[in-house]
Design a protein around this ligand. Sequence first.
Ligand code: ADP
Length: 591
Amino acid sequence: MFRSLHMKLVLIMLLLVTSLMAVVGAFLITSVSNFYFDDFYTQMDEVFGSENAEFVNSLRSGAAQSDGAARLQEMLEANSGALGINYRSRNYYILDGVTGAYLVGSDDETGASLAMTENLLIARNGSVGCKTDITASYMDIAIPITGGTNFYIIYILDDLETVGDLNSQLFIIIMQALLVGLLISLLLSFLLAKTMINPIERLTIGAERVAAGDFGDTIEVDSSDEIGILTTTFNEMSSVLHTTLEAVESERNKLDTLFLHMTDGVVAYARDGALIHGNPAASEMLSRPVEECSYEELFADIFPFELVLGMQRPHFAEGELTVDGKYLEVYLAPFSDEKNGGVLVVIHDATEQRKTEERRREFIANVSHELRTPLTNVRSYAETIRESGGELPQEMEDGFLDVIIGETDRMTRIVQDLLTLSRLDSGRTEMQMAPFAFGDAIEAVCRSIELEAERHRHTLIREFDDDLPTIEGDRSRLEQVMLNILSNAVKYTPDGGEIRVSAGVRGDTVWMDVCDNGIGIPAADRGRIFERFYRVDKARSRESGGTGLGLSIAREFVQRHNGTLALVERDGPGTTVRLTLPRKQKGTRHG
Ligand code: ADP
């Protein structure tokens, strides 16, 4: 209860008033007592002092009489006013100087039982007893009077009752003043609370609200004093804090979204090895949830945690991991050298990259190999002709020259096919999309292959649906695709075979099947015949002028028409290749 500022203020005010009144009271009461004492001895001095020697002499003369005590009484009565004798609190007594016995006085009752005070003893020894004892409950003076043989003591005693009454009155007044003072201080403290403590309380509530993250309202400023300035500054600080927090929050959200959607895996560890963050890509790449594994389990083989922590930025460690056939590149770096730093791990899935590199290497090796064979042939036949020095029989020389021309043609075909693929890869091939009759295109291709089929005594059967529609596409390229499939059927079917070309429409697509009863494709090779340079039987392909690139080019063209080119699984010998194409293209596609 006394911890609130308001209560402290009230307490301070009350203490202040009480102590002030206590000091004032003590001062007043002491002053009154001192004044009373001073006044008593001044009065006595005025009557019995050396300045009034005449009166003292008359006292002595009176004392010398046989009824000395009565004479003294008369004279004292006559001066009772000057002595302040009031017969109540202040009285006079005349004592026998030798025995100390009471003789007469203004109060016989007290006189009969007078105590032998120090001043009385002094007077009995012949001196004036006027010692002041501030602690005593009385004040007195004893004056020895010697007249002839008579020795009297005039003793004046004040029981301080008047001072006591006065002090009691004073005490009551001080108490009343204290009460009023306390009431005023209470009132003042409430007023002060209103002007000083209320704004501080409002500020405290506001600070608590801000600490709890509520930046909604600003605190009302209703004064321009220090508290007003403090409140204004607090409002500004809270607004800046709010803006900064919003900016930090937005940055954090951005980072969270980035981590969530980035294709690279990111894992962050605190200095003590605890996981701070791990994105879904990291778990997916590592094929296990990063939240459930420690750094040691995941990356210790690449680089120990402590060593990464000890690195100076911008240095970092890197390594490789192979997880479930995936090839992962791992980069480890310390983030921030401060106490709250840690280790950041970035994982990059380089599987595709590796495969592409591998494919490229394989492709280059294939190209070199494919070109080297015809080149070797050309060179050896040309050398033979030259070395013969024109001695070769004409027929033989013609045969050799035919081989040279044939091989050059083959190389030209390979180079042309490679150029076509390169253009497709680099997106430089533009499809000339236009509507054309699907059936007409198949018919044209069949006609162009008819002669070749006849040469091999194949039976070419056409089975087209009647209502083959008009489709959208690059006719010449699609005819090239169809010709490739058909010529493969002719090439890879032993003479006298049967080649069936069927076509139809199914919903929004058209299809064409080319089915032969030739050598077929072994199951192991079926998945690969669309790869570049892949051939089941290299010798046979070369013999028939194939390059091993025809089907891969065909598939690229078909894919650019949003269609498919695939082998059909079927029983019996031979092969069936199916081409499907959408009737309409979704806008003209390039490349
Ligand atoms: P190529 O120029 O060698 O014919 P392709 O890319 O056209 O190249 O064909 C790839 C390989 O697929 C051929 O070498 C061949 O082994 C196989 N192939 C394609 N069509 C047939 C088919 N109808 N019958 C048997 N094998 C085929």
